[in-house]
Ligand binder design. Structure first.
Ligand SMILES: [Zn+2]
Length: 322
């Protein structure tokens, strides 16, 4: 039987373990709610026993383990340092816990945005590119850089944190503590805030309806849904967020000269309703010679992205070793 990899995805609301092949097929999978309030020791114990359960029943020899987890984390020591979605995980040796539980197997850990970048590059919308930038535009804006055919991590694993470039010097406060970051202007929560703050008499009524009549409950999903129905107020909100994204992408294009930028989450759901504003702004702000060689496309892996992210990083590491 061919070798398979064990992928481990650690998220704030759910965790999953996956068996995948070197060409990105998922053979089997088990998931569990994270229950973040139970703390790292209890979560890791449940996760490792879930991984044992999956591998025991598989019948395939396991060639290695890839762990995808929210950062900040240190890929050399395998330590995780308080990801925003996992309170209390301050200095947890996640990699060595898996090394101890699966003695003899190689284990690698990567932050989830980097890991998803590798998965999209291997098996999704980044296939075939030598220089590719991946951005998630969801709860936050994260990213991963594939440069010259490799994941680029920077000096201490912080390369690709594209969501925290300054777009508006006096802009809204970001979750990171700075002002006017791209994430504070174009993430899911930022789009919802933009919509809530722009509501006024007879505008945005459809959006309020979708939120059950409660403006405070408006989410980015409602904005995309109303925009899809043709609601002009919601379309204008996506245009504004798309303009900020476009400024951010123009900066990236000027610095890295990529051939492809892959956008996850909102761009996948909203399509041209946000991509048109992004592409138009990039064309206004980046050099023509740079943006004319750069495709801006939605991500392709959909629901499988998280599982494949963990498989992709151990598959890459195994290839590097050979
Ligand atoms: Zn920030």
């Amino acid at each position: 039987m061919d070798r398979v990899f064990l992928g481990v995805d650690i998220g704030g609301t759910k965790c999953a373990v996956t068996l995948g092949t070197p060409d990105g097929a998922i053979l089997d999978r088990l998931a569990m709610p994270t229950q973040a309030e139970t703390g790292p020791a209890a979560i890791m114990e449940r996760l490792i026993s879930l991984a044992h359960e999956l591998t025991a029943s598989s019948g395939h020899p396991i060639a290695g383990i890839g762990i995808s987890c929210g950062g900040p984390l240190d890929t050399r020591t395998g330590m995780v340092y308080s990801p925003p979605n996992l309170p209390g995980w301050e200095g947890i040796p996640v990699r060595s816990m898996f090394e101890d539980a699966f003695a003899g197997l190689p284990v690698v850990i990567e932050n989830d945005a980097n890991a998803t970048a590798v998965a999209e590059w291997k098996w999704g919308a980044g296939r075939g590119a030598r220089n590719m930038v991946y951005l998630t535009q969801g709860t936050g804006i994260g990213g991963g850089l594939i440069l010259d055919g490799r994941l680029y991590r920077g000096t201490n694993d912080l390369a690709g944190e594209v969501g925290h470039q300054t777009i508006l010097p006096e802009g809204p406060l970001c979750g990171c503590g700075k002002r006017g970051c791209l994430e504070a202007l174009a993430s899911g929560p930022a789009i919802a805030r933009l919509a809530r703050e722009s509501l006024h008499y007879r505008r945005g009524q459809r959006l309020v309806e979708l939120a059950g009549g409660r403006p405070a409950d408006i989410t980015a999903r409602h904005v995309v849904e109303a925009a899809r129905e043709g609601d002009s107020f919601s379309r204008a909100i996506l245009e504004e967020a798309g303009t900020y994204m476009g400024i951010g992408l123009a900066n990236i294009i000027q610095i890295l000269n990529p051939e492809r930028i892959v956008l996850g989450t909102i761009a996948v759901h909203a399509g041209d309703l946000i991509l048109n504003a992004i592409r138009r702004t990039v064309a206004e702000r980046a050099w023509e010679r740079a943006y004319s060689v750069c495709e801006i496309v939605p991500a392709a892996l959909g629901d499988r992205a998280q599982d494949l992210a963990a498989i992709a990083i151990i598959e890459s590491a195994a290839n590097d070793r050979r």
